[in-house]
Every structure is written in structure tokens, then in C-alpha cells.
Design a protein around this ligand. Structure first.
Ligand code: GDP
Ligand code: IMO
Ligand code: MG
Length: 423
């Protein structure tokens, strides 16, 4: 295993955490490079469930270096809570490293996330409310506070007071919200900085040294291709770049450093938050998938919208991420459905297309074109070999591969790290 990137192919929650945890058994380093605690990655090991938000999913392995790289936005309070949660389950965290370039989510980002969502009225994005968008806005606007500043009290204080003065004008005058107290924020957040200081360094050097010395490095994607700020269903997206190219910017590595790119997909489609979703099921089948698949958000607990698998989306993900293979999770959830529909193209007023459209209004008018395959009823959660799957489950997997032109190398049949079929 060399440097392998793992990305979400749909709207997030594809089971990235589980696959990273499986592959991390043989990895020297796992790197998170974008997003923040809007992510919720579930790892199940021997009946114990870990919900990871900012901490890379390699943390359960003692020998694995875990990096939160410069492209991540960090809520220090949330990170410390997460660290103490996993430490209480016996997980050691001394191999965690946090980059100096990472931007800090501060209380005004949380206020602005909530206020701007409210101001959008019925056109709200349905964000996770974790301050992600406002923090990346400051990064792009060049007024962010980075980890380097945060752990230096004098610099942090000066920058914080300056930013709070400006943000308070926006919070009160534009949104009619409550002004924040810079001194109170400083007093509270200085203690977080003191606690996090020991993890902070230039992680781009660690990553470079690991790659050039032939170690195996896993790049852990958060969110998914359709939530990408550039390629996703704009404006119903997150504010970072979850596609594979985002790793170069977020981890500070060159594109030639990535040897493989695995796309993580669910055997059906889900979405939390708003925006068009062509194969969404507003019926009993959608309800069954939600119930059987326990499709409720890891971060916010919101019910996930569920629908049939969409090969237009997966084809798009293969293309924009340069996928070399796919891990298909939750095939077990589909057991018991009489028929399995798969979207193979979209129909619009004018044409039939196999390509995912750039615009959400166009997407909202797309009718999915389905092929219907026979379902399977067997419990497959104990199956470990592809040959042992029911014939209709095998046909489903092979049909998808043909449609999207990409090999499916792993199949998830349950949440635990051993519930996986390798091909
Ligand atoms: P992530 O954000 O991509 O890491 O995914 P989440 O953890 O938010 O959501 C995936 C959910 O599916 C979690 O509850 C996982 O434990 C669960 N899961 C992952 N793979 C499988 C699988 O193959 N079968 C089943 N039944 N559950 C799975
Ligand atoms: P993981 O890594 C699913 C969605 C939110 C919302 C939109 C913008 O667990 O797959 P944000 O708070 O980022 O500004 O919200 O993006 N979203 C996710 N959906 N999984 C995630 O992460 C998500 N992270 C953000 O629901 O629609
Ligand atoms: Mg998730």
C-alpha cells in the first residue's frame, strides 16, 4: 500500500470511517485534509462504536500517526471533547498531530452559521451548524485565525479582538443578532489553546517524509463528491473540497504523490440537508431503507433522505476523482427488497444524458431512468466471499461495475470492521 486517497462518491456518510479503519490496520499514517466537525465517521470494532469528527479514523491503531492537516477547520472545544471521549474508551491520542496552518472555528463562526441560515428563510442550506462555512469564508477573505496564531497568546488576543469587533458589526447590524464578548472568548479559548499546543507542528513535513520514505499513507476524505464546493450541487454543498484534488491543497502534497484513489459508495443513495435528489424515495421503500440502514445523521441526528442507487452520480465521481476502485457499503441493507432499481441515466425535456448536470435547477428537472434488477432476501451479514453472495446480489454488484466503468474491490455487509468482502 502506498499513498491511497479515500473519498465519498455521493452526498457523504458512505461509510468512509469504516473503510479507513479497515485499511489503517496496515497503514503508517492517516491524514484528514478538509472539512471539520461537520463530518461524522463511524468506526465499529468488536461491538464498541466510535463516532469520529475531527480525529482521523486510524486512531484505534497504536502505531498509526494521525494527522489533522492544514486544510481542516478546527473547533478547539469540539476537538477536546472528542479527544476526551475516545480517551475514556481507552484510545491513546499521543500520535495525533495538528497542522499550524489549520484555521480555527470561533464562536462568531457558529453565530454566523446559524444567523445566515435563518436569514436564507426557506432557502436555507441545512448546514450542520458547526461554523464550517463562515470559517472557510474568513480563510478565503484572509481574515482567519490559524492554529499557529491560536497557540501564541499575544497574537491570538490581538487578532481575536480585531475580528470580534468586525464580526459584531455584521452580527448586530446585518442580522440583528447578539454581540459577542471578545474578552470572554479569549479567556475560555486560551485554555483550549494551552491543551492543544502539544499536538501542533508543520504536518506537511511529516506527510512528505512518510511518503518519500515509502511508508503507507491513507488520505481520509470527509463529506462527498456532491458536497464539493466546486463540483457538487452548488449552493447545497459544504465549503471545502472533498474530491481527491482537495487532498493536494489540504495536506500540502503534490498530485503525483497519490497512487490510488478509492471511492466509497453506499449500495443506495442518501442525503442530509437540502437540495435536489433525483432518485429520492418518498414512499415505503425509502422508509424501509432508512429504518433497516439506521439512516440518521451522525452529527445532527437528522433523518437522512434515502433513494435508489444513482450511476449518473457514481460515473461523475469516477471521473472527477480519478477513482481506481470502489468500496460499496451497506449491501446488506437492501436484503428483503423484491426489486432493486438502479438509475442509469437522466431524462430532461430535451435529451437523455449520462452526465451529472452542473446546475441544480437542471438537476431538479431530471427524471431518473431506471433499470430494474431482481432483489435478494438472504441475510448476507455473515458472508465473507463474493462467491457466497446470493446470485441476485452478485448480479447487482456486477451491473453497477459495468455501468460506471470502475472495479468494486470491497463490499460492506455490516458496520463492523470484519464485515467486509474483498475482491
Ligand atoms: P462516513 O461519514 O462516510 O464515515 O459514514 P457514517 O459513519 O456517517 O455513516 C455510515 C453508517 O453506516 C455508520 O453507521 C456505519 O457504522 C454504517 N456502515 C458502514 N458500512 C456498513 C455496511 O456495510 N453495512 C451496514 N449495515 N452498516 C454499515
Ligand atoms: P461525512 O464526512 C453528510 C452537509 C450538510 C449540509 C451541507 C453543508 O460524515 O460524510 P456544512 O455544515 O458543511 O456547511 O453543511 O453539507 N454535510 C454532510 N452531509 N455527511 C457529512 O460528512 C457532511 N458534512 C456536511 O448536511 O447539507
Ligand atoms: Mg458521516
Amino acid at each position: 500500500m502506498a499513498t491511497v486517497a479515500l473519498v465519498g462518491t455521493q452526498w457523504g456518510d458512505e461509510g468512509k470511517g469504516k473503510v479507513i479503519d479497515i485499511l489503517a490496520a496496515k497503514a503508517d499514517m492517516v491524514v484528514r485534509a478538509q472539512g471539520g466537525n461537520n463530518a461524522g465517521h463511524t468506526v465499529v470494532n468488536g461491538g464498541v462504536t466510535y463516532k469520529l469528527r475531527l480525529v482521523p479514523s486510524g486512531i484505534l491503531y497504536k502505531g498509526c500517526d494521525c494527522i489533522i492537516a492544514g486544510g481542516v477547520v478546527i473547533d478547539p472545544k469540539a476537538l477536546l471533547t472528542e479527544l476526551s471521549d475516545i480517551a475514556s474508551k481507552g484510545v491513546r491520542t499521543e500520535k495525533l498531530h495538528i497542522d499550524e496552518r489549520a484555521h480555527i472555528i470561533l464562536p462568531y463562526h457558529l453565530s454566523l452559521d446559524a444567523l445566515s441560515e435563518k436569514a436564507r428563510g426557506g432557502k436555507d442550506i441545512g448546514t450542520t451548524g458547526r461554523g464550517i462555512g463562515p470559517c472557510y469564508t474568513d480563510k478565503a477573505e484572509r481574515s482567519g485565525i490559524r492554529m499557529y496564531d491560536f497557540i501564541r497568546p499575544e497574537i491570538f488576543k490581538a487578532k481575536l479582538f480585531d475580528r470580534v469587533a468586525t464580526k459584531n458589526k455584521i452580527i448586530t447590524s446585518v442580522y440583528g443578532g447578539q454581540a459577542l464578548d471578545a474578552q470572554a472568548i479569549y479567556d475560555e479559548y486560551k485554555t483550549y489553546a494551552d491543551e492543544l499546543k502539544k499536538y501542533v507542528c508543520d504536518t506537511s513535513v511529516l506527510i512528505y517524509e512518510a511518503i518519500t520514505s515509502g511508508k503507507s499513507v491513507l488520505l481520509e476524505g470527509a463529506q462527498g463528491t456532491l458536497l464539493d464546493l466546486g463540483c457538487g450541487t452548488y449552493p447545497y454543498v459544504t465549503s471545502s473540497y472533498p474530491i481527491s484534488g482537495g487532498f493536494c491543497i489540504g495536506a500540502g502534497i503534490g498530485p503525483t504523490a497519490i497512487n490510488e484513489c478509492i471511492g466509497i459508495a453506499k449500495a443506495y443513495t442518501t442525503r442530509v440537508g437540502k437540495g435536489p435528489f433525483p432518485t429520492e424515495l418518498d414512499d415505503e421503500i425509502g422508509e424501509t431503507i432508512r429504518k433497516v440502514g439506521a439512516e440518521f445523521g451522525t452529527v445532527t441526528g437528522r433523518p437522512r433522505r434515502c433513494g435508489w442507487l444513482d450511476c449518473v452520480i457514481l460515473r461523475f465521481a469516477v471521473r472527477v476523482n480519478g477513482l481506481t476502485s470502489i468500496a460499496l457499503n451497506k449491501l446488506d441493507t437492501l436484503s428483503g427488497l423484491k426489486e432493486l432499481k438502479v438509475c442509469v441515466a437522466y431524462k430532461t425535456d430535451k435529451k437523455l444524458t449520462e452526465h451529472f448536470p452542473a446546475d441544480i435547477d437542471e438537476l431538479a428537472h431530471c427524471q431518473p431512468v431506471y433499470e430494474t434488477l431482481p432483489g435478494f432476501t438472504e441475510d448476507i451479514s455473515g458472508v465473507r466471499k463474493f462467491e457466497d453472495l446470493p446470485v441476485n446480489a452478485k448480479k447487482y454488484v456486477e451491473f453497477i461495475e459495468k455501468q460506471i466503468g470502475c472495479r468494486i474491490s470491497m463490499i460492506g455487509v455490516g458496520p463492523d470492521r470484519n464485515q467486509c468482502i474483498y475482491r
